[in-house]
Design a protein around this ligand. Structure first.
Ligand SMILES: Cc1cc2nc3c(=O)[nH]c(=O)nc-3n(C[C@H](O)[C@H](O)[C@H](O)COP(=O)(O)O)c2cc1C
Length: 352
């Protein structure tokens, strides 16, 4: 693991094979968060040596194209786009994927149920394919369908959570089950967690909540502030926020008045006609109660009642740095952690 320090000291270089495949210097991937991860954040991450994904779930193809161009005006660094086949109408999904591939993005990251067709199209067009999964079966299916990198999402994660297993166990299971690099997701924001992920056999980390709470993210300042103030047990795994998504798609959010009042698990059954109530708007587009739209810079209304996506790692986040500062801090901290680790675990015999 000395490589981490040598990467810091000897530029240019790639920390490992996964970084070489993606063309990024550090094994730090920024999750493609819908609404939140737009051109400013992705460009800042990729420019700082990480790898950023535009979060473009259900966005119009014209907007995706505009965002891809916007990243390219800000950095020459590589980046990708995140789409979710299972949460997007098939026609729109095909158009979204087509615009990404026509614009030759470096990588595509998909999430939720494994779509063999999406993987094949992206591979045929020459993109690196990453698939985020929450269990071993999906990891094997995504790898067999041609994914280059598997992202193992532990149940600590913020946003939509596809599995039930903690990252600690899931990564090791998936590393044993597939031959391609595995990236750890859910709970990562520090150098110590990067070192831990590498120790478990992962090739790097994929962070959502930590990058949401950076200056460049498009999240509303209220959402960032709530994450900074959160402790580790302020998040909840619930399917209350389910408008726009298939039934049975739980999320991890910060507790709010809605989750406290209505409980956590309704298996897609919203209370009465609650999903028709309007709680705010995004540049005039109405936001329905229990929608999966989290509050963005351009959202107004009752922000406290909206989906305040956050992982358990929110408890470790204490400020809102620039994305470059966050990446530098993770790498420097990882180096310090490595230098403190014991070289071996043998115990000398007690002297008689
Ligand atoms: C605000 C937010 C939005 C998210 N949106 C998406 C998304 O659109 N697509 C996706 O693949 N994952 C999405 N996720 C999940 C992330 O990909 C990732 O699994 C998660 O953030 C990792 O856990 P962490 O938040 O502890 O870093 C989102 C997460 C957050 C916090």
């Amino acid at each position: 693991m000395e490589g981490l320090n040598s990467v810091i000291d000897n530029e240019p270089g790639f920390f490992n094979e996964m970084c070489r495949v993606l063309g990024c210097r550090y094994p730090i991937l920024q999750a493609g968060m819908g609404g939140v991860a737009r051109a400013d954040l992705v460009a800042a991450v990729s420019d700082a040596g990480g790898f950023g994904f535009l979060g473009m779930v259900r966005e119009a193809p014209q907007f995706i194209e505009q965002q891809i161009h916007a990243v390219r005006t800000k950095t020459v660094g590589p980046f990708g786009v995140n789409l979710i086949p299972a949460a997007t109408a098939p026609k729109l999904f095909d158009e979204e994927l087509a615009v990404c591939l026509e614009n030759r993005v470096d990588a595509m990251c998909f999430f939720w149920d494994v779509s063999q067709a999406a993987i094949e199209k992206a591979k045929t067009a020459g993109a690196v394919v990453l698939y985020q999964v929450g269990n071993v079966k999906d990891a094997i299916a995504a790898a067999e369908a041609g994914s280059d990198i598997i992202i193992a999402q532990g149940a600590e994660a913020g946003g939509h959570v596809h599995g039930q297993t903690s990252s600690l166990v899931l990564i090791q299971e998936i590393v044993k089950s597939v031959r391609c690099p595995v990236v750890a997701s859910g709970g990562y924001s520090t150098g110590a967690s990067l070192v831990a992920a590498l120790a478990l056999g992962a090739a790097g980390i994929h962070c959502g909540t930590a990058f949401l709470a950076t200056r460049e993210s498009f999240a509303n300042a209220y959402h960032k502030d709530r994450i900074v103030r959160a402790t580790h047990d302020d998040t909840i795994h619930t399917d209350l926020y389910s408008v726009n998504w298939p039934v049975g798609a739980p999320v991890r959010v910060l507790q709010n008045s809605e989750t406290r009042e209505l409980g956590v698990n309704r298996f897609g059954q919203l209370p009465g006609s609650a999903g028709n109530e309007i709680v705010g708007d995004e540049d005039g587009r109405p936001i329905r109660r229990f929608s999966t739209d989290s509050p963005l810079r351009n959202t107004r209304g009752d922000l406290e009642r909206m989906a305040l996506f956050a992982g358990q790692v929110a408890g470790l986040i204490e400020n809102v740095p620039a994305a470059r500062e966050l990446i530098s801090e993770i790498i420097a901290d990882a180096g310090a952690v490595l230098s403190r680790l014991p070289r071996n675990l043998s115990v000398s015999a007690p002297s008689s």
